[in-house]
Design a protein around this ligand. Sequence first.
Ligand code: GAR
Length: 201
Amino acid sequence: MQVTYSGAVIAAPPVPVVVLISGAGSNLAALLSAARRPGAPFAVVGVVADVEAPGLDHAREAGIPTRVIALADHPDRAAWDEALAAAVRELAPRLVVLAGFMRIVGAPLLDAFGGRIINTHPALLPSFPGAHGVRDALAYGVRITGASVIEIDAGIDTGRILAQRAVEVLPEDTESSLHERIKAVERDMLVEVVEDLTTGT
Ligand code: GAR
C-alpha cells in the first residue's frame, strides 16, 4: 500500500508477512535479509513452527516473535489446525509463507488466509509433490528438477504455480547435494515472489 501526497510517494509501509517453518530455515534467513534492505516492500512480523526448529534462531536473533505450535501439545489434528490458525491470525499478516513447513495446513488457516498463503517446494510441480520432492526426483532418474513456489489450496502441492527454477541433476548427486543446489536457487526465487506479491499492494 502506498501513501501519496500531490502525486509523490511519501510512505510505503511494509506488508506484514508471517513465515511458517519446520527445519533449518535457510529460506527464512533469505527472507529476513531481504526484509532488512532499505525500502523493502515486506516485513517478517512473526515466525511459527510445528517443532522446535533450528531455523527459529534466525528469527530470535532478529528479535522477531516466534511461536511453536506442536501437534503433540494438542488433543487431535483439528485442535492443532485451530491453534495454528489462531497463532498466525494473532500476528495479523497480509501474506503467509510456508518455507519448509512440513505439514499440510488445514481448513482453519485456509479459511482465514485463502489466496494469501504460498509454499516453496523442492521440485518442479506437479512432479514430485509431498514431503520428499528431492529424494523422489532422484529415485525417478530425472535429469532436470528444481524448485516451485505455489499458492496453497486444499490439496497437496496442487495450488497455482507462481514461479519455478530448474536445476540440473548431476550423475554424482546425493539427495543432500542436490537439495543444497536446489535451495540456492529456491531462496532467491522465494524472495522475488514475496517482493512481487507485496509490492504495490
Ligand atoms: C526447502 O527446500 C523447501 O522447499 C522444503 O524444505 C526445505 C526447507 O529448507 N519444503 C518441502 O519439502 C515441503 N514439501 P530450509 O528449512 O533450509 O528453508
